[in-house]
Design a protein around this ligand. Sequence first.
Ligand SMILES: NCc1[nH]cc(CCC(=O)O)c1CC(=O)O
Length: 306
Amino acid sequence: MTRTIRIGTRDSELALWQANTVREQLEKSGYTTTLVPVKSTGDIVLDKPLYELGITGIFTKTLDVAMLNGDIDIAVHSMKDVPTALPKGIVEAAVLKRAATQDILVHKGLDFLDNKGIIATGSLRRKAQWLHRYPEHTVVDLRGNVNTRMKKLEDNDWNGAIFAAAGLQRINLTPDNFIDLDWMIPAPAQGAMLVVAKEEDAFCLEALSLLNDKETQECVAIERDFLRTLEGGCTAPIGALASKVNDVEYRFEGALFSLDGTQKIQVEETFSLGKHEGLGKKLAEKLLDEGGKELMKEIKEILKKD
Ligand SMILES: NCc1[nH]cc(CCC(=O)O)c1CC(=O)O
């Protein structure tokens, strides 16, 4: 039987690159595929309200709806954009081998670091960590896809802007000046790609199981358990990274920051793969006990007002 797997994708350059990567890997394993660029959510009508289906993420909503509607079979996402709870009927089918996890600063010269600088980012996590390290600096809001943000950096007199290294590498965008921010804790699952499919679609689940990278899958699962336990439906400045230290050891590092960057509550632990059941949740609970509960409450209050 030949069935064509319809791969749903948003139409940004990064989304298309990621969907094409999955497409190539499936074709290499002998599957027939096609790419389906998906229109925005408003164009598609479902017979149930979105909240009833558990659909939440702003980047992933459109593709979730298209999948439940039967217009696509699988969808490819930057895993860090995917809410920690998937909609009913949609499951994680494969986590691809992770690329670079770190954030980078694209800049126009680094003299400003010791003075008063202006840094652009739309991420609360990046803003809080930047201000934690450089309290004298100003952070301005910057949104849009990677290409848009790079253009805005050129057009403004900011000193720099922060990006995920993986996003720039994927679209071959090599800035003239950049530095790795290895002190900055990335977003949970940064640099990983997730392919989702319908729970009932055994054909696609089997095809995608070939693409799964177990090490990446286990590491991002810890990071997302940590996030899920902390956040309770609120977007807070949270970083988490599980990474390999040597052949036998892995290390988890996670932190919660106040929005202004003055407070940081951090947890870390060394572990081995396969023996980390409940680690993300356990460390999130430790963080909550060490002042995280109060800080999360404070963050929610401030975000509610904005
Ligand atoms: N929030 C947008 C987004 N989602 C995924 C990536 C890049 C790829 C990745 O981090 O996995 C980016 C761009 C960025 O954060 O600079």
